[in-house]
Design a protein around this ligand. Structure first.
Ligand code: IMP
Ligand code: MG
Length: 425
C-alpha cells in the first residue's frame, strides 16, 4: 500500500509510536498530521528508549519526516527535542521538514493553558499544559502565527508583539496572572525560530510528489479517537482531530490518497487526564497493570487511569476511522490475569446500549456489561509469531479484531522492536 494512516482507537497512548516505527522501516516518508508536543510516542531502539513528542518517529529509522500543517509546533519544544535526539546520535535536521502552514505554540499559549485549567477548578480537563488548545484556538480565530513566519523574522516580531499585548490583557484582567514580558518572550522564541527556519517547506507538494512517484508514506496519528474534538468525550478531549480523515487535511493530500487505515488498540484501556472512562478499574487493580504496563504518561509523567478493553469505544473508533487493520499492543500485560473481562456493551436506564453516547450525562448513567474471556497465564513476551502465542491469547486477539471489524495485522508483546508479531494477512 503506498500510503498508510496509523491512528489510535482509544484515548491515546495505544502504542502508535512503536507501530509507526515498524511501518517506518519499509516507508519512504513519515508525516505527522495533528496534535503537538502534548503527544508522547515511546519507541525503543535496542534497549534505548526514545520519547518522541513532535518529531515523527520515522526519524529513528533515518527516514524523511514531515511535521504537517495540521500540527501545532512549539519552536522551543521542538528545538529541545531535536537537540536531545542529536545528542544521542540521531540525524534530525537532515531528515526533517516543517510545513509552512503549521501554527506555532508560543509562551502565551502555555501561560493561558495553565490559567484556564486553574480557572476550571474541579472540572479541569487535565491538559498537558503545553498550550495546544490555545494555539489551535488562535489558528481558527485567525490570529495565529505560522511556521512560515519563522522565515520572516520582522513579520514574526510584529505579530508576536500584537498577540502578546492581547494575551497579556487576558492573563492580567481575566485570570489575574502576571503578564509576560515581550523582550523575554522574544529572546526565548527568536533563536528557536531561527534554528528551525531552514526546515520550513511547502510540504503538501513534497508529500503529493512522493505519492505520485509510488513512494510509501506513513501518516502518524497522535492521541486517539476518544480525544477527538468532534467525536471524543467533549469537552474532555484534545483540540485536534486524531481520526484518520484528518490525515488528508493535516498533511495536504486528498482523501483519495489515503490507502490503508491501521487502528491501534491496547489490549486493555488507559486514559490520562480527566473525563469519563466507563471501564476504569479500582486503584488496586490498576496498580497491577501499571507496574508491568509502564503506564505513566510519557509527556507529563502522570500515572495513567486503567481499565478493561471497551468494545463500545473500539466499535465507535472503527466506524469513525474505517479501520481495516488492527494492531494490538501491550498484550503481555494481560499475561498475569486468570480471567479477562471485555466490556461488550453498556446498560443505560435499564436498557442495553451498543453505541457510545455523545451526551456525557447519559454516559454517566452507563454501566459496562462484561463478558469474561479465559486468561492464558503464560509469559508472551518472547513470542515471535502468532503460533508462539497460547490459544487463549489468540482467541482474545481474534475477539478484538472481530469487534473492530478488522484484520489483525500486528501484535506487540513488550516495548522492544523485536517484541512485535507481524500477523500474515
Ligand atoms: P491537551 O491536548 O494538552 O489540551 O490535553 C487535553 C486532554 O488530552 C487531556 O486529558 C490530556 O491528558 C489528553 N492528551 C493529550 N495528548 C495526549 C496523548 O498524547 N496521549 C494521551 N492523552 C493525551
Ligand atoms: Mg503517548
Amino acid at each position: 500500500m503506498p500510503s498508510t494512516v496509523v491512528v489510535g482507537a482509544q484515548w491515546g497512548d495505544e502504542g502508535k509510536g512503536a507501530v509507526v516505527d515498524i511501518y517506518a522501516a519499509e516507508a519512504d516518508l513519515i508525516v505527522r498530521f495533528q496534535g503537538g508536543n502534548n503527544a508522547g510516542h515511546t519507541v525503543f531502539v535496542g534497549d534505548e528508549m526514545f520519547a518522541m513528542h513532535l518529531v515523527p518517529t520515522g526519524i529513528l529509522r533515518g527516514k524523511t519526516c514531515i511535521i504537517g500543517n495540521g500540527v501545532v509546533v512549539d519552536p522551543q519544544g521542538l528545538v529541545a527535542e531535536m537537540r536531545d535526539l542529536e545528542a544521542r546520535g540521531v540525524k534530525v535536521r537532515e531528515n526533517l521538514l516543517i510545513s509552512e502552514n503549521a501554527h506555532l505554540v508560543l509562551p502565551y499559549h502555555r501561560a493561558l493553558d495553565a490559567a484556564e485549567e486553574a480557572g476550571r477548578g474541579a472540572s479541569a480537563i487535565g491538559t498537558t499544559l503545553r498550550g495546544i488548545g490555545q494555539a489551535y484556538a488562535d489558528k481558527y480565530a485567525r490570529c495565529g502565527i505560522r511556521a512560515i513566519e519563522m522565515t520572516q523574522p520582522d513579520l514574526m516580531r510584529q505579530k508576536l508583539a500584537a498577540n502578546l499585548a492581547q494575551k497579556n490583557a487576558l492573563l492580567e484582567r481575566v485570570y489575574g496572572c502576571e503578564p509576560l514580558d515581550f523582550k523575554e518572550v522574544y529572546s526565548e522564541v527568536a533563536p528557536a525560530c531561527e534554528e528551525l527556519a531552514p526546515l520550513v517547506a511547502d510540504t503538501p507538494v513534497i508529500i503529493n510528489r512522493a505519492l505520485d512517484e509510488g513512494k510509501r508514506v506513513v501518516f502518524e496519528g497522535a492521541q486517539g479517537t476518544m480525544l477527538d474534538a468532534d467525536f471524543g468525550t467533549y469537552p474532555y478531549v484534545t483540540s485536534s482531530n486524531p481520526v484518520a480523515a484528518a490525515a488528508g487535511v493535516g498533511a495536504g493530500v486528498s482523501p483519495k490518497r489515503l490507502d490503508a487505515i491501521v487502528g491501534v488498540v491496547k489490549a486493555y484501556t488507559t486514559r490520562v487526564g480527566a473525563g469519563p472512562f466507563p471501564t476504569e478499574c479500582p486503584a488496586e487493580l490498576a496498580e497491577k497493570f501499571r507496574s508491568q504496563g509502564r503506564e505513566f504518561g510519557s509527556t507529563t509523567g502522570r500515572p495513567r487511569r486503567i481499565g478493561w478493553f471497551d468494545a463500545v469505544v473500539v466499535r465507535k473508533a472503527a466506524l469513525l476511522n474505517g479501520i481495516q487493520q488492527l494492531a494490538v499492543t501491550h498484550l503481555d500485560v494481560l499475561d498475569q490475569f486468570e480471567r479477562i473481562p471485555i466490556c461488550v456493551s453498556y446498560r443505560c436506564d435499564g436498557e442495553r446500549r451498543d453505541i457510545f453516547p455523545n451526551s456525557l450525562e447519559m454516559l454517566a448513567r452507563c454501566e459496562p456489561v462484561y463478558d469474561e474471556m479465559p486468561g492464558w497465564g503464560q509469559d508472551t513476551t518472547g513470542a515471535k509469531s502468532a503460533c508462539d502465542l497460547p490459544p487463549a491469547a489468540r482467541a482474545y486477539l481474534d475477539r478484538l479484531a472481530h469487534i473492530a471489524g478488522a484484520t489483525l495485522c500486528m501484535v506487540r508483546v513488550g516495548p522492544r522492536r523485536d517484541q512485535t508479531i507481524i500477523v500474515q494477512v
